[in-house]
Design a protein around this ligand. Structure first.
Ligand SMILES: NC(=O)c1ccc[n+]([C@@H]2O[C@H](COP(=O)([O-])OP(=O)(O)OC[C@H]3O[C@@H](n4cnc5c(N)ncnc54)[C@H](O)[C@@H]3O)[C@@H](O)[C@H]2O)c1
Ligand SMILES: O=P(O)(O)OC[C@H](O)CO
Length: 381
């Protein structure tokens, strides 16, 4: 396997011509944890970055100490996102801003961290308000499916806003990162011109507790983060059935192979990315060990309640990505007549949307059935 090009750690020897302003688009569970990291690094690398990090907040009224208050006002007073990342203090140079256009106008590096359901609308609001040499990094885990096929959100952002956009994704449960428990992440960043260098991008994110590796395989990084959410739901269904670790490992192994096959069949992705980098195997494992997709899927089997009801009951306003990604991937594979070549993805879709019994997931793991389906294309669920 050829060694991929990698940039590790922050290597900022040369002082830049101007200091870069970092803006974060989104302020949910991960959005706020990422803004905390960017705020810490803006202060740590003061020669390279402007101290103030603006974080766009989708404004909402919340109940705080018995009063109805705006989320931005409470954040700017307390430096805590009391709704989406309670109990974690952000540095005071992270400022909550309710106007997304203001963040667009005043940032050189834009970090996109909204649930994938909202990115199109947010980009439409930002269009025409960006700095000419701005670059983006998408931390969104999902894919966009439309009549043009399946697209990465970094490409959607690039096209809608006319800026280069890379990707950050890894084994990064937000609450653990926010508590500064060590983890790794992967950045896919290969701009046509290095307006902002890979070293500067790494320095925006790299912390002693958040270890960044930058690679050229942008598609592999984005697809790892999107597709592992489908597999995490499959493992959650297995948890709901009280199946043991051996069965769940089998699901993870098969899931990883489907992730790798999808990325290398439909995109120019290196096969090694899924098995070597945090954005592949590591994110898959951490999500299957108890991420939100896993927890909701387990509760679905145990309670019999619909997934959208459990999302509201269990996630306190945070949003589930796995079910919608399973649907989007299924729609795309149907157009290619390749649904049966991804039996695990197909089953998660069918459990979520077509009342397939979760216990039939075990059939999908039988090698004989997989082979006969690939040949004949018959479905028994
Ligand atoms: N939470 C994690 O542990 C984690 C870790 C890594 C990556 N991610 C990914 O990061 C992305 C963002 O996830 P998150 O955890 O920050 O969000 P979240 O699940 O906490 O979602 C809530 C966010 O959506 C916003 N929102 C609600 N309605 C909106 C609207 N109409 N328009 C725009 N925004 C609206 C809310 O204000 C809030 O900021 C997702 O793609 C997710 O997969 C999450
Ligand atoms: O809680 P989940 O399932 O959305 O996963 C969170 C992160 O993506 C884990 O890296």
């Amino acid at each position: 396997m050829s060694a991929p090009h990698q940039t590790t750690g922050a290597n900022l020897d040369q002082a830049p011509k101007k200091r870069l302003a970092v803006g974060v688009i989104g302020s949910g569970n991960w959005g706020t944890a990422i803004a905390k990291i960017c705020g810490e690094n803006a202060r740590a690398h003061g020669h390279h970055f402007r101290s103030k990090v603006r974080m766009w907040v989708f404004e909402e009224e919340i109940e705080h100490k018995g009063e109805k208050r705006k989320l931005t006002e409470v954040f700017n007073e307390t430096h805590e996102n009391v709704k989406y990342l309670p109990g974690v203090e952000c540095p005071p140079n992270v400022i909550a801003v309710p106007d997304v256009r203001e963040v667009a106008r005043r940032s050189d590096v834009l970090v996109f961290v909204v649930p994938h359901q909202f990115i199109n609308r947010v980009c439409d609001q930002m269009a025409g308000h960006l700095r000419p040499n701005a670059v983006g990094i998408s931390c969104i885990k999902g894919v966009s499916v439309g009549k043009d096929g399946v697209r990465l959100f970094s490409d959607v952002i690039q096209e809608k806003l006319g800026i280069y956009c890379g990707v950050l994704s890894g084994a990064n449960v937000a609450n653990e990162v926010a508590k500064e428990q060590f983890c790794e992440t992967t950045i896919g960043y290969k701009p046509p011109q290095p307006i902002v260098s890979p070293e500067q991008i790494v320095a925006v994110f790299d912390r002693p507790y958040f270890s960044v590796v930058s690679v050229d395989d942008v598609a592999g990084v984005a697809l790892g983060g999107a597709l592992k959410n489908i597999v995490a739901m499959a493992v959650g269904f297995a948890d709901g059935m009280e199946w043991g670790g051996n069965t769940k490992s089998a699901i993870m192994r098969r899931g990883l192979l489907e992730m790798q096959k999808f990325a290398t069949t439909f995109f120019d992705s290196e096969p090694g990315t899924m098995v070597e980098q945090s954005c592949g195997i590591a994110d898959l494992v951490t999500s299957c060990l108890g991420g939100r997709n896993n927890r909701v899927a387990e509760a679905y089997v145990k309670s019999g309640k619909p997934i959208d009801v459990l999302e509201k009951e269990l996630l306190g306003g945070q949003l589930l990505q796995g079910a919608s990604t399973a649907k989007e991937v299924h729609e795309f594979l149907s157009t290619k007549d390749m649904v049966n070549e991804f039996p695990l993805f197909r089953s998660v879709y069918k459990i979520c949307y077509e009342n397939m019994d979760a216990k039939d997931l075990i059939q999908v793991l039988q090698p004989l059935k997989e082979e006969s389906e690939n040949e004949g294309g018959t479905e028994t669920e």
